[in-house]
Design a protein around this ligand. Structure first.
Ligand code: SAH
Length: 234
C-alpha cells in the first residue's frame, strides 16, 4: 500500500515538474519572439507564430537546452551551429512562405529551420552533408510530428532536382558563390536566401529573386556569419 502511494506520488511529481518545464519553455519562447524578433522588425504573422510554436530547446545539444532561447547561435555537434533565433525568423520571413509552398533547405543541421518552415508551408525538403546530423534531424522531426519534412543526406550544391522546382530555397551555410543548380530549381516568382562570401570572414546575406520570364535579381541584405558550405570532394 505505502509502496503504491510512493509510486503515485513520484509519478505526480514527475508530471507536475515536466509540465512546469514545458510551461517555462513556452514562456521563454514568448519572450524570445517579443524581445528578439518582433522588436527587431519581423512582422509576418505566420513567421512569428512558427517561432513561438517550434520547441527550439529540443534541437540543441542536451547540455545547451537551457540556453536555447537566448539571443545567440548554439552548437549542435559535429562543429556545426544552429543560427540565432532572429536570423532564422529573418530568413523565414524574407522568402515569403505560403501554406501551399514547397521549400528546399540546404543545411538541415539540427532540423530547427526546417521545423519553422514546416509550420507554415505544405512541404519542406532539406539536405544535410554531415550524415549523423541528417539522421538525427530526420529522427527528431519525425518524433515531433513534422511529417511534411523530408531529410536527405548529401551535397546540397546540386539541390533536389526530383522534388523541384521550389517556391523558395533557404541556404543555411556560407557559399563562395550561388550554386547554379539552385537557381535552376527556383520557380519563376520564387525567392532564395543565401549567405555568400568567404567562410573565414563576414558574409553577405543575399536575396535572389527569379522574376516571371526567368530574369534573376540579387541583392545584399546584411552582413552575417555562417558555418561554411562544404563539398563532398573537399
Ligand atoms: N539550418 C540548420 C543550421 C545548420 S548550420 C539548423 O536550423 O539547425 C549549416 C549546416 O549546413 C551544417 O549542418 C552543415 O553541415 C551543412 N552543410 C554545409 N555544406 C553543405 C552542403 N554542401 N550540403 C548540405 N549541407 C551542408
Amino acid at each position: 500500500m505505502s509502496k503504491l502511494y510512493l509510486v503515485c506520488a513520484a509519478a505526480l511529481v514527475f508530471l507536475f515538474s515536466s509540465s512546469m518545464a514545458s510551461d517555462e519553455n513556452k514562456t521563454l519562447r514568448t519572450m524570445m519572439v517579443e524581445q528578439q524578433i518582433k522588436a527587431r522588425g519581423i512582422t509576418d504573422e505566420a513567421t512569428l507564430q512558427a517561432m513561438a510554436a517550434v520547441e527550439r530547446h529540443r534541437f540543441v545539444d542536451g547540455a545547451m537546452s537551457e540556453r536555447a532561447y537566448e539571443d545567440r547561435p548554439l552548437p549542435i555537434g559535429h562543429g556545426q551551429t544552429i543560427s540565432q533565433p532572429f536570423i532564422v525568423a529573418y530568413m523565414t520571413e524574407i522568402v515569403q512562405p505560403k501554406p501551399e509552398h514547397r521549400v528546399l533547405e540546404i543545411g538541415a543541421g539540427s532540423g530547427y529551420q526546417a521545423a519553422v518552415l514546416a509550420e507554415i508551408v505544405e512541404k519542406v525538403y532539406t539536405i544535410e552533408i554531415v550524415e549523423p546530423l541528417a539522421k538525427s534531424a530526420g529522427a527528431l522531426l519525425q518524433e515531433l510530428g513534422y511529417d511534411n519534412v523530408e531529410v536527405r543526406h548529401g551535397d546540397g550544391y546540386y539541390g533536389w532536382p526530383d522534388a523541384g522546382p521550389f517556391d523558395s530555397i533557404v541556404v543555411t551555410a556560407a557559399a563562395s558563390y550561388i550554386p547554379p543548380p539552385l537557381i535552376e530549381q527556383l520557380k519563376e516568382g520564387g525567392r532564395m536566401i543565401i549567405p555568400v562570401g568567404s567562410p573565414l570572414r563576414t558574409q553577405q546575406l543575399m536575396l535572389v529573386e527569379k522574376k516571371e520570364g526567368g530574369e534573376v535579381q540579387t541583392r545584399s541584405l546584411m552582413p552575417v556569419r555562417f558555418v561554411p558550405f562544404t563539398r563532398t570532394d573537399d
